[in-house]
Design a protein around this ligand. Structure first.
Ligand code: NOJ
Length: 662
């Protein structure tokens, strides 16, 4: 009741002041540290942001260029409504169970002063970990069907920060993130993470990308003012809108440390609650696959003497999965169409893949077949078969499908991150949900937190993953890559990076190899979060190395808590996660090409309890270049007062399983 009264008073006050032409208003984060101001400057709408009086965004203007007119000036603010909101919601799966969603909101109703008097609302929210805002177009006479040629949203940064980015048109986002000053950026995709000179960490991204184009940003005329560039349709338009409609949220995480970036849940909070009521069929887990062998050219996807997806081979993988506690076996190359990649058939298996026999056998072993839909980027062919394709898999008890969109552009025409692509990917998630199927989306549009609304959207690629170590002619992923992606691509959502290769050499491409130590491969299983987490290598390579492999077969993929004890972007990161189903913790710590020592306080453990820590660390002379395999495994008793010394080889790692003693 108190809340409703204060809301009412503010509303009256603001209606009075809104008559002034240079009107402005402010909201603060619940802890009062972040302040977001909105104002009107000569008929144009702008906002500014600061944290504890340090400016973060100067006057940043807002608006649109439409096909037939501008929608960025001549405005008045009709009124501003303030409100507050607080809830704690639970994730069916994730890096923790409970998420706090507390914010102050300011809904600014804007209208053109004359002419068509078109109107929209900008809703701003201030959280303790950053801000978000979106444009909302209500139903109205003079703005029904319209075309956005440009969104003019600005982020006028107050310094030339260090920024980690990939160009926006990087194919499938599979690029190496480079650090550069903001004013030297290309047009880059979000998330865009920056470090300021005074030690703040900022990430610009978006939340809830629905029937719109993905957001990219570029510096205006080599300044530090970032402007929005929406991925266009082939015909040049950015977005076809029909009011009522809202844009995605434009978001900025504002953190005091790199670790706090990883703990922000702002993007999830700006998505809608789950539309799937019964989530009991959504089950995170570890998986293996008939997969790395194709990338190493040991097997082929299509039929022939080296075909990977044979009934016999799959049964071997199912036996291995059952023995080592893997929930699923991914099988690629099982269906017709791999000969020419033109018109895949999603319900016609190759003759040497007996799906009934395979899925019966898998069920008897309590293992699931993970399905695969490679579309070759032909979304129309896929959409024509989609209902049947998911029904086919459902009939055989398949409850997770990896989708793929290899091929430069969709249907030989549209970009993956265009409104066209966004519409398609949503259709897949919704159709899969109807058939109770989880999705692992490769070659996706950049994730924006939709897994809150559709928890069957488990994981996505959109990252330069481990497969590049199999065939990339540049030699594979450099050592620092995995110390950057948690703070860039990883902030958009779970990554199907597919770590844990145990054999680093490639006889076909001798200069291309895994550029880590073996212990770092184990640590990546914890560091790179994915609820469906793959151990990517061929099973023969795990069989040769049973002891380190035990860490992987014990490591969960669903967590009740996450903490980040050490982090420096591009140099090192340590992440500790608590299992959802036990009192055990798992830690991964990794470094770039430099060997280093870190200190790991175990203060996240329960007080007054004893634990055993099983530590998998780089062996004495290990280094990623000439001696990557030595690993030392030791056990020690620890408590919340313990501080472990972490000793990382160059591109090395440490993985720790900490079990509570009874
Ligand atoms: C690219 C995907 O990233 C990879 O995982 C898959 O094996 C191939 N496409 C074939 O679909």
């Amino acid at each position: 009741m108190k809340h409703i009264i204060s809301y009412f008073l503010l509303f009256i006050l603001l209606i009075t002041s809104a008559c002034s032409s240079n009107y402005s208003d402010i909201i603060s984060s619940p802890d009062g540290k972040i302040k977001l101001q909105v104002g009107l400057d000569d008929g144009k709408i702008y906002y500014t942001v600061n944290k504890e009086n340090k400016p973060i965004l100067d006057k940043s203007f807002l608006g649109f260029t439409l096909k037939d007119s501008n929608l960025n000036n001549g405005f008045e603010i009709k009124d501003i409504k303030h409100s507050t909101f607080s809830e704690t919601w639970e994730q069916p799966w994730g890096e923790e169970i409970s998420v706090d969603n507390t914010y102050n909101e300011m809904a600014v109703n804007i209208e053109e002063k004359s002419g068509l008097k078109r109107k929209f609302t900008i809703v701003f929210r201030a959280f303790n970990d950053g801000i978000g805002f979106r444009y909302e177009f209500p139903e109205q006479e003079n703005l029904k069907d319209f075309v956005i040629m440009d969104e003019l949203t600005e982020f006028a940064l107050t310094g030339n920060h260090k920024a980690w980015s990939i160009p926006y048109n990087t194919e499938f986002y599979e690029g190496l993130y480079n650090a550069s000053p903001v004013n030297e950026l290309d047009t880059v995709c979000s998330p865009l993470t920056m470090e300021t000179k005074d030690g703040m960490y900022l990430t610009i991204h978006e939340a809830n990308l629905t029937d719109y184009a993905a957001m990219n940003v570029y510096p205006e005329n080599k300044t530090t003012v970032l402007r929005t560039y929406l991925t266009p349709w082939a015909s040049g338009e950015k977005v076809f809108m029909t009011a009522p409609h809202v844009t995605p949220w434009r978001t900025m995480i504002i953190a005091d440390s790199p670790g706090d970036l990883l703990l922000s849940r702002l993007m999830l909070n700006l998505n809608e609650p789950s539309k799937i009521e019964d989530t009991s069929w959504i089950t995170p887990g570890r998986y293996i696959g008939i997969w790395w062998g194709m990338h190493m050219k040991e097997y082929t996807w299509d039929q022939g003497p080296k075909h990977g997806a044979t009934t016999e081979n799959v049964i071997k993988y199912i036996d291995f999965a059952a023995k080592h506690n893997f929930a699923g076996v991914l099988v690629e190359g099982w269906n017709k169409g791999w000969e020419d990649w033109q018109s895949f058939e999603f319900s016609i298996p190759y003759p040497d893949f007996d799906i009934a026999k395979i899925t019966d056998y898998a069920a008897s072993k309590n293992v699931k077949l993970i399905g695969h839909h490679e579309t070759g980027g032909k979304t129309k062919n896929y959409e024509n078969q989609m209902e049947d394709a998911f029904a086919f898999y459902q009939k055989y008890g398949v409850n997770a499908v990896k989708t793929g969109y290899v091929g430069g552009i969709l249907d030989n025409k549209e970009m993956h991150s265009s409104q066209y692509g966004v519409r398609h990917y949503r259709k897949v998630i919704e159709t899969a949900a109807k058939y109770q199927i989880m999705i692992d989306n490769h070659e996706p549009v950049m994730p924006t937190g939709l897994q809150r609304t559709y928890p069957n959207l488990m994981t996505q690629e959109g990252v330069r993953g481990q497969e590049w170590d199999a065939w990339s002619v540049d030699g594979g992923n450099p050592p620092e890559h995995t110390t950057i992606i948690p703070f860039t691509r990883g902030l958009a959502g779970p990554m199907d990076f597919t770590p844990v290769t145990f054999n680093f050499n490639n006889p076909v491409l001798p200069n291309t190899r895994v550029r880590t130590t073996l212990a770092k491969q184990l640590a990546l299983f914890v560091v790179l979060y994915s609820p469906l987490q793959m151990a990517s290598d061929m099973i023969e390579n795990y069989e040769k190395n049973p002891e380190p492999f035990q860490f992987i077969t014990s490591c969960p993929t669903n967590w009740s808590k996450t903490v980040v004890p050490n982090a420096k972007i591009g140099e090192y990161v340590t992440i500790a996660r608590k299992d959802r189903n036990s009192d055990n913790w798992f830690v991964g710590s990794i470094t770039n090409g430099d060997s280093r020592k870190l200190s790991l306080p175990l203060d996240f453990l329960d007080k007054n309890a004893k634990y055993t820590a099983k530590i998998y660390k780089d062996g004495k002379s290990a280094n990623y270049e000439t001696n990557p395999y030595p690993i030392s495994i030791e056990e020690t008793e620890v408590s919340s007062n313990s501080v472990l010394d972490i000793d990382l080889a160059s591109s090395g790692g440490t993985a720790i399983m900490i079990s509570k003693m009874k």
